[in-house]
Design a protein around this ligand. Sequence first.
Ligand code: MN
Length: 498
Amino acid sequence: MTDLKTFEVWFITGSQHLYGKETLKKVAAHSQEIAKFLNASKDISVSIIYKPIVTTPEEILSVCKEANASKNCIGVITWMHTFSPAKMWINGLKILQKPLLHLHTQFNRDIPWNDIDMDFMNLNQSAHGDREFGFMVSRLRMERKVVVGYWKDESTLKSINVWCRAAAGWNDWQNAKFVRFGDNMRYVAVTDGDKVEAEYKFGFSVNTHGIGDLVKVINEISDKEVDTLIKEYEGTYTLSASLQKNGKQRQSLKDAARIELGLKTFLQDGNYKGFTDTFEDLHGMKQLPGIAAQRLMQQGYGFAGEGDWKTVALVRAMKVMATGLKGGNSFMEDYTYHFEPKNEMVLGAHMLEICSSIADRKPLCAIHPLGIGGKEDPVRLLFNVAAGDALNASIIDMGNRFRLLVNEVQAIKPKHKLPKLPVARVLWKPMPDMKTGCAAWIYAGGAHHTCFSQNLTSEHLEDFAAMANIEFVLIDKNSNLHQLKNELKWNEVYYRQT
Ligand code: MN
């Protein structure tokens, strides 16, 4: 993944000429100091770039045009140290295409009780200057994040950084390419959707290749490359007996490695950021990609099964947002329930393809039969997932809009060994409780495919949804069904109006 520090967020301070040169010099110096502090903070993952203060409509329009055209600029932070009459901002904001964060802070943390005079008041007027700016952003019906707090406070920095990470994910989607091998799984509804609208709304494209195009690349992989990758498998995982050297299914491990190398070559050559396949279309492939999908996800590629291109894109974006954080993000499916009273939980897994970034320890590399697809037994990585706060996110196409749905969950340490279950798996308890969480998910039309995250919060995804200007629905510890059902109905009206 790209180092997030290569991305820039521009720090733009608004003012006006009313106060004279000396005051504007101070505004610029203070603004520079804040930008420098944010840039150097260990809590901020991207580069924060100071931009000269803006005091006229022309300067504002110009810096917004510059931000739009800049390849490295992934978002803009605005702050009004003094008062910046907001009609000056109309034309700039109207054309701004990068995500916007409005930082409502003040250069001085405290009121200097004994020394405060009108000069102090006139310099430190963000309390009302930012309200004038805020009105205009609301008046223009623009999505943005408002962060309130002193600029050195940890909570302020953390909230800014959540947005910066979301902006990195959003930036990654722009002009991204995802590839589908084969079509959507026959008759499945939620994995399908409007790819034209998605490209318009989200900026990424999804195009298809016949599986034969991939098989050709797989078949061109040399034995030497396969041997090198098998050495890597041996160094990284515990291999089950039949896959070890001279084991009776060693050839299947070689086939799996060849599939991984072929997929990776295809993705690299086509500049793709993720892929989806389907067990219904594997002509010429020996196995359904198992370990290949698991390892490519761990390397940062988006993936989802059965032609589910929306989840592919979501997995990729969430991996970018989480760059450098402890824990992982994986394609996931709500598979089976445990309905024991007061201990209800969900067992999440997939046929094979759970990302090894969420493994709690060194995975076991094993081979088992797969009941569907009609191919040879696929090699896969087996592991459990650690306990802790997590979430499931899903993007669905409601016909007139996309909805990003998030359910906060508590991952549970498994008490049982599940010796006969040959797939990687996670146990979790949905928030606020099993009955409410699952019912809310179903009322909201959430998919069975999700991205499971150990290291992102619902705030990351809420900020991301705002950047994409799509609906965001959260199921968390405060959710209740009555309120959620109403929220969905009210949203329905809102999205018919806009
Ligand atoms: Mn599935």
